[in-house]
Design a protein around this ligand. Structure first.
Ligand code: MG
Length: 246
């Protein structure tokens, strides 16, 4: 564990951590919502007769809707979706998601957030989602953890994941932080790529069907099987960030 933290510092030409914030992705990290996203995307494309590949929507997780739709369109129809088509397709996907989403939080996520708050670190949310009711829902499940000032949503960025912009904004919202003052918890390859691109130490929780090596290849320093497993090792990780130097 220690070596992994030192390796991050060396690769980023940093001397040590100065941890102030923990940046959380939402879908697949705080909420067990990815199966519903996957099912709604698959059904939407099936209804249009457009083919998709196994686990494709898990691989695209974090992209804005238009980018995902265009990838499917290019493969099937050799063109991008027109704006009208894109709106209709995304509306159908969202409608199905409302129907299928359980709203369940990810087991272990509350424990992780409780620990972060107990350690007086600032929890920050970085999500590509743009649902207007997001904050109320988050405040209901994770009371007092996030405010509009500590959240980056689809409305705050020009370039979504895998661009680093959402996490660069996340550092700003965490209190004008530098990359070595935060760590990121992500589940998706493109989210990991974005966080690593922003220079932040990135921990993956593999809560979906993809193999661990895809998350390592995206740049994750550590990969855990669940938020529950992360909740058990997080105290050790945070303790070590206060100790290691490079
Ligand atoms: Mg996610």
């Amino acid at each position: 564990m220690k070596e992994i933290l030192i390796d991050y510092l060396q690769r980023n030409r940093l001397h040590r951590f100065d941890l102030k914030a923990v940046i959380f992705d939402m879908d697949g990290v705080l909420y067990d919502s990815m199966p519903a996203h996957d099912r709604s995307w698959q059904q939407t494309m099936d209804e249009l007769g457009l083919t998709h590949e196994p686990n494709e929507f898990y691989l695209h997780e974090g992209r804005i809707g238009k980018a995902t739709i265009d990838i499917i369109f290019q493969r099937n129809l050799k063109r991008d979706a027109a704006e009208e088509e894109e709106k209709r397709i995304y509306a159908r996907k969202s409608e199905l998601f409302q129907e299928y989403n359980s709203g369940d939080t990810m087991p272990g996520s509350k424990e992780v957030l409780e620990y972060v708050q107990r350690m007086k670190l600032t929890p920050v949310l970085v999500t590509g989602s743009g649902q207007p009711s997001l904050l109320e829902r988050l405040d209901h499940h994770f009371t007092g953890c996030f405010t509009p000032e500590t959240m980056v949503t689809a409305f705050d960025v020009v370039n979504g994941k895998p661009d680093p912009e959402p996490f660069v904004k996340g550092l700003q919202k965490g209190g004008e932080l530098q990359p070595h003052q935060a760590i990121v918890i992500e589940n998706a390859p493109l989210g990991i790529e974005a966080a690593v691109g922003a220079g932040i130490f990135t921990i993956a929780v593999n809560t979906g069907p993809l193999p661990d090596n895809i998350l390592y290849q995206a740049g994750a320093s550590l990969v855990f099987d669940s938020m529950h497993e992360l909740s058990e090792v997080l105290p050790e990780i945070i303790r070590l960030t206060g100790e290691v130097t490079a």
